[in-house]
Unconditional design. Structure first.
Lengths: 196, 196
DNA sequence: GGTCCCATGTAACCGGTTACATGATTTA
DNA sequence: TAAATCATGTAACCGGTTACATGGGACC
């Protein structure tokens, strides 16, 4: 009797996210990945292949049951087991882990003095800002759609946060780039003063 | 002749962050972890033990040279090699990878309808908001310190972003919790209407 | 001079990534 | 019906995490 499968077997946070999609309805791992990309991908994401590993583990540990579909592909519909449903429900009510934010751009800005190349730093931030703007526009376009459906009430709240954060980021980027511009002009001026 | 060590050997983003600290001055892996915790930890973080693995790899691949210190502990000062310095400098000027944001709290809010326990959702968000408030206060207190030092100009910019993002988050949390409160009152009212 | 906590480091495991592979479907 | 693209899945590697271990000061 493998106690490996029967005991609590701590799940990774990503596994709970996986299970949460199955509270909607049974679906394949591929479906989960698709829904994930369209819904929570802005505050939770993994490589697409990851879902298959999770599926294997969760079946092994009894949180999920799988049902093979006919056809050449090894397609399997995943269902929550009672144990799986209990686990997600419990998780949903627990305090959340602190959020994690990774931004290469901020690290690079932090070390900009070391780089000693203001123009490159500026270019780098501009690219970041442009990407941000694109995302923001997409979010803003999506909002009316979510607001139209009562069942999307909570998703709309998360989208609202996304919009606010990306707006703040956009404003910051504009202000900061302006500052860098001033630095650049100052530097050019003083160089001219030195060489002229 | 191991070409493993001599060829380009793609570095992980975290390795560049590691190297960036060595552009300040030579230091031990432990120092790097300490500085990291005090500086960029809000937009780049890893487990503390991770620095030792990075050090080993970076030495192996010739980006870093190490110099043993006397004493019982196996303490080693790390220096950038010319190859290492070139690698960081180049990285600093390249476009940045898109930022990544992970928030369990947002996932849980997204699935709040499934949880069907508004009070638990509210508690969860309140905890998140309180943690956020604490961080924000710390950031705001730190700002004058950075502003006082000319060499902290770029770090101050990243701190500025941190403050703006956390303020936006705080406002969102207040608004959203108010909404949830209304829902709760509505629910209680209608239940009373039903049972009374 | 024992106890406790912080400093510093190692080792093993595992989740998640990158890379690859093949079935289905559209398009020309 | 060939080619290209999308759908679906597997396998291997590796970065990063958790857990553990020991040295060294602080404190009583």
């Amino acid at each position: 009797m493998s106690n490996r499968a029967s005991t609590a077997s701590k799940l990774a946070p990503g596994d709970f996210v996986f299970l949460a999609f199955l509270t909607w309805e049974p679906m394949t791992a591929y479906d989960i990945k698709k829904f994930m990309a369209e819904s929570v991908s802005n505050f939770w994401s993994t490589a697409h292949s990851q879902v298959y590993q999770q599926a294997r583990r969760l079946v092994r540990d009894g949180f999920v049951r799988e049902q093979a579909l006919p056809g050449a592909r090894r397609k399997r519909v995943l269902h929550l087991t009672p144990k799986g449903r209990r686990a997600v429900m419990h998780w949903l009510r627990q305090p959340a882990q602190p959020p994690q934010y990774f931004s290469e751009a901020m690290v690079k800005l932090f070390f900009a003095a070391q780089a000693g190349d203001l123009k490159a730093t500026k270019r780098m931030l501009e690219q970041d800002r442009d990407r941000n703007r694109g995302l923001l526009a997409g979010f803003e376009a999506l909002m009316p759609v979510l607001q139209a459906a009562e069942e999307d009430r909570y998703p709309a709240m998360t989208l609202d946060l996304g919009i606010r954060l990306h707006r703040a980021l956009a404003e910051w980027a504009d202000d900061t780039l302006r500052e860098l511009d001033q630095d650049l002009r100052r530097a050019k001026g003083s160089k001219k003063a030195l060489t002229g």
